[in-house]
Every structure is written in structure tokens, then in C-alpha cells.
Design a protein around this ligand. Structure first.
Ligand SMILES: Nc1ncnc2c1ncn2[C@@H]1O[C@H](COP(=O)(O)OP(=O)(O)OP(=O)(O)O)[C@@H](O)[C@H]1O
Ligand SMILES: [Mg+2]
Length: 252
């Protein structure tokens, strides 16, 4: 379980101090995927960095499995938009690296990596280097690299924003398959309302700076097949769009 209580963060720099997040409270359970939406610059990436343990809250607390988050860092994966692949390593070596660091034998690491690559449809790219890949392929390598480590908390910052609409839908469907087979908590930041409805069992709406958690929208239809063509989907995307407009005009 991931418990976030009264979380706030302020960037303190010599000439500029920014209150990026204020009073964020939520509890996520294993197997749940959470989507985060809100205006640009409202603190969404800041929230992910805090959840990854890369920065420490100015106020409030984050507990993972009832313990301070810092004790579970090895169970957390953060996927950034820039993928973070090592250009001088092959796809296979990029994916096995984390396992090797965790002392898996080369043979075991390769077996695990190939299984994950098979699932993500990138097994035939194992000898390739990151510069030889398309954006969607790089994204899948980055996801494979995180998932082989079987994280309990998967954090993704606008992972599919650089992809064309069709590839993006394919990646969303793939994520749904992964959610169904891996019991982890996922927190996904997105600028796409549609993507939030497809991938978020819970959808967090943030306000303008300082980002406050204005509303948590329940989305019980998430993961059901053909969701994109239902009225439920249309109603929810319309609702979220209206809420973001309201937040822009009156802050809540
Ligand atoms: N290192 C930093 N020092 C000072 N201010 C920062 C720093 N990083 C971010 N900020 C400020 O904190 C606020 C929140 O930034 P953050 O990157 O979390 O927003 P975001 O919601 O992810 O935005 P976007 O949707 O554009 O990615 C912004 O106003 C930003 O200018
Ligand atoms: Mg951001």
C-alpha cells in the first residue's frame, strides 16, 4: 500500500522559491493504476520524483507498505519521457543491466529479459542499439528494463506523449495487459484525458500551482474491453475536460 499524507513540496532556490505541491492525500493499493492530470507546471513531475524517493517532502509523509518510502527504493521504477537508455549498450544489455546489478547470473538475466521482450514484442531487437530504434521501440525497451525488476511501484511521466496516435493506443493496450499480469501500483502522469481514462482506475486531478489534489475520480470501467467506444468513456472524458476548465477559471 502507498499512503501519501499531507504532502507538500517547495523548491527553494536563491532567487526563486516555488511552492509546487500542497496538501496531497491519497492511498493506493496493490494492483491499482492511478493517472495524474492537471495544468502544465502544476507539480505532476514533482509528485513522481517524491514518490520515487529522489526528493524528500518539505512537509507530510509517504509510506510504502507501512514503512518510510526510502526503505523500498529497490522496489520502485521510474520511467521518464527521455527513456534513459544507454546508447553504447545493446537493447539486451540495457534490459539485463539492472538484473546484473542485482547479482542475477548472466544466464538468468538473459532468460528473464527475453521473456519480457517477447511480451512487449521487441525480442527481435535484442542486438540493436538505442539510436537504431523508433520512439515507440525505445519506450518499450525502457518499460521492459523496468518491468524485469518486478517493481512494486511503477512511476511513469508522460510515457507515450512522443508517439503517434496508433502506436500510443497499442502501448496503452499493452500496459493494460501488463497491469492484469503484474500486481503493482502504477502512477502515470499524462496530458491526455483519454489516456487517463484508459489507464487510470483512479484519476487524480491537480490544480494550478501550488498543485493541490482537487479530486480523485473513480473509473470502474478501466480495463474493460472496447472501453474507447462506450458512452461511459465519452461521459468521463467530457467530465474531466469540464473539470480542468473549471480549475483553470476558479481554481477548484
Ligand atoms: N528545480 C526546480 N527549481 C525551482 N522550481 C522548479 C524546479 N523544478 C520545477 N520547478 C517548478 O515547480 C513547478 C512544478 O513543476 P513540475 O515539473 O512538477 O510540473 P509539471 O506538472 O510536471 O509540468 P508539465 O506538465 O509541464 O510537465 C513549476 O512551476 C516549475 O517551474
Ligand atoms: Mg512534468
Amino acid at each position: 500500500m502507498l499512503q501519501v499524507s499531507n504532502l507538500a513540496y517547495r523548491y527553494n532556490q536563491r532567487h526563486r522559491s516555488v511552492q509546487a505541491l500542497a496538501s496531497v492525500d491519497f492511498t493506493a493499493r496493490p494492483g491499482e493504476s492511478w493517472a495524474v492530470i492537471g495544468p502544465s507546471g502544476c507539480g505532476k513531475s514533482t509528485l513522481l520524483y517524491l514518490l520515487a524517493g529522489l526528493m524528500h517532502p518539505t512537509q507530510g509523509s509517504i509510506l510504502f507498505k507501512d514503512r518510510p518510502l526510502t526503505e523500498s527504493k529497490h522496489e520502485i521504477a521510474l520511467i521518464l519521457q527521455s527513456y534513459g537508455l544507454f546508447p553504447w549498450k545493446s537493447v539486451l544489455d540495457n534490459i539485463t543491466l539492472g538484473l546484473r546489478i542485482r547479482k542475477f547470473s548472466r544466464k538468468e538475466a538473459i532468460a528473464k529479459a527475453l521473456e519480457m521482450m517477447e511480451m512487449l514484442g521487441i525480442a527481435d531487437l535484442k542486438e540493436a542499439y538505442p539510436t537504431q530504434l523508433s520512439g515507440g521501440q525505445k519506450q518499450r525497451v525502457a518499460i521492459a528494463r523496468s518491468l524485469v525488476l518486478q517493481p512494486k511501484l511503477l512511476l511513469m511521466d508522460e510515457p507515450f506523449s512522443a508517439l503517434d496516435a496508433q502506436t500510443r493506443e497499442k502501448m496503452q493496450d499493452l500496459m493494460l495487459e501488463i497491469f492484469a499480469t503484474h500486481s503493482m501500483i502504477t502512477v502515470l502522469v499524462t496530458h491526455s484525458i483519454e489516456e487517463a481514462v484508459i489507464l487510470g482506475r483512479k484519476i487524480m486531478i491537480f490544480s494550478e500551482l501550488p498543485g493541490r489534489l482537487v479530486e480523485i475520480v473513480d473509473n470502474p470501467g478501466m480495463g474493460s474491453s472496447g472501453l474507447r467506444s462506450t458512452t461511459e468513456y465519452l461521459e468521463l472524458t467530457t467530465y474531466l475536460r469540464r473539470r480542468l476548465e473549471e480549475i483553470k477559471t476558479n481554481g477548484r
